[in-house]
Design a protein around this ligand. Structure first.
Ligand code: NAP
Length: 286
């Protein structure tokens, strides 16, 4: 397929790379031009604006930071909608609010194009390995058209209902992730205060029934006390805010929402999500 790709951040680069590896013809656009270089080196073409992508592509995909970025890239003067043609589809794989997904779907329908909200569960490693879980909202016929793309990007895709359903499911799984990450941090900190070595505690967690892909994935960062972003804390804070605004008002949801917002206010947003540990232990703590 001829696929346009917008957004070459931590996730966008490995995902677009996998589309090229699967044999698709990919044309990329990124606000910061030099981030297109690794994709151009693999054979991708380059577009000067989001609108230009639909002149060669039947599908255009966005993988952008947040609601504001998605709304801007779709609706600005040289945005996606300006170039949209009948029979094409747009897919947004960013994590945004269900309201934004439904709004963009409506604007796409007005232009005669299909739209899927298709956020992903999984971070940079599954994005690189093509093992993401893709959560889709939208029309069945658009989902069928997009399936070859999802097969190149993930180990599974689930069609969950109308536009907004993918975004709702994504907020739910990230609520669980936020709670889990904070839970790991608090268990390790409590153990350390009681004299239990952190390496021993991570072994206990990872070998127990509570051990999970996320605890194993973050063990190295916890032991090193270094948190370079794979999934930035600011994105988790955004996802928990979206869940909260969409009615997640349960005890744990309210607590993690507060913790990550405070970490954001302490300017820890560019750390990895596991950097919540630095916030909980206080400035300068390991
Ligand atoms: P990222 O590394 O911060 O990249 C964000 C991308 O959005 C960049 O290409 C950036 O362009 C672009 N962008 C932001 N604002 C823009 C605007 N106003 N106009 C045009 N482009 C704009 O983010 P990421 O980690 O790849 O995550 C992307 C999305 O996937 C987020 O919604 C995140 O919540 C979600 N997600 C992330 C992970 C993860 O582990 N990282 C996992 C699952 C889902 P520039 O290069 O010009 O800044």
């Amino acid at each position: 397929m001829n696929i346009g790709w917008i957004g070459l951040g931590n996730m966008g680069v490995p995902m677009a790379t996998n589309l090229i590896k699967a044999g698709h013809q990919v044309t990329v656009y990124n606000r910061t031009l030099d981030k297109t270089e690794p994709l151009l080196a693999l054979g991708a073409a380059y577009a000067e604006s989001p609108a230009q992508l639909f002149s060669t592509c039947e599908v255009v995909i966005t993988m952008l930071s947040d609601d504001d970025a998605v709304r801007e890239v779709y609706t600005k003067e040289d945005g996606i909608l300006a170039g949209a043609d009948n029979g094409t589809i747009a897919i947004d794989m960013s994590t945004v609010s269900p309201e934004t997904s439904r709004y963009i779907a409506k604007r796409c329908a007005e232009r005669g194009i299909g739209f899927l909200d298709a956020p992903v569960s999984g971070s940079v490693k599954p994005a690189t390995e093509g093992t993401l879980i893709i959560l889709v909202g939208g029309e069945e016929r658009d989902y069928e058209m997009a399936k070859p793309i999802f097969e190149a990007l993930g180990k599974m895709s689930l069609h969950l209902g109308e536009n907004g359903a993918g975004s709702n499911a994504k907020l739910a799984i990230n609520l669980f992730l936020g709670i889990t990450v904070q839970g790991i941090a608090e268990a390790v900190m409590f153990a350390k205060n009681k004299g239990i070595d952190t390496e021993d505690m991570m072994t206990i967690i990872n070998e127990s029934a509570c051990g999970s892909a996320i605890s194993r994935l973050k063990t190295h960062a916890i032991l090193a006390g270094e948190f370079p972003a794979a999934f930035a804390l600011k994105h988790m804070a955004k996802d928990l805010r979206l869940a909260f605004q969409n009615g997640a008002r349960t005890p744990l949801a309210e607590t993690v929402y507060g913790t990550y917002q405070h970490a954001l206010e302490s300017e820890l947003g560019d750390l990895d999500v596991m950097g919540i540990m630095r916030h909980l232990t206080g400035p300068g703590a390991e």
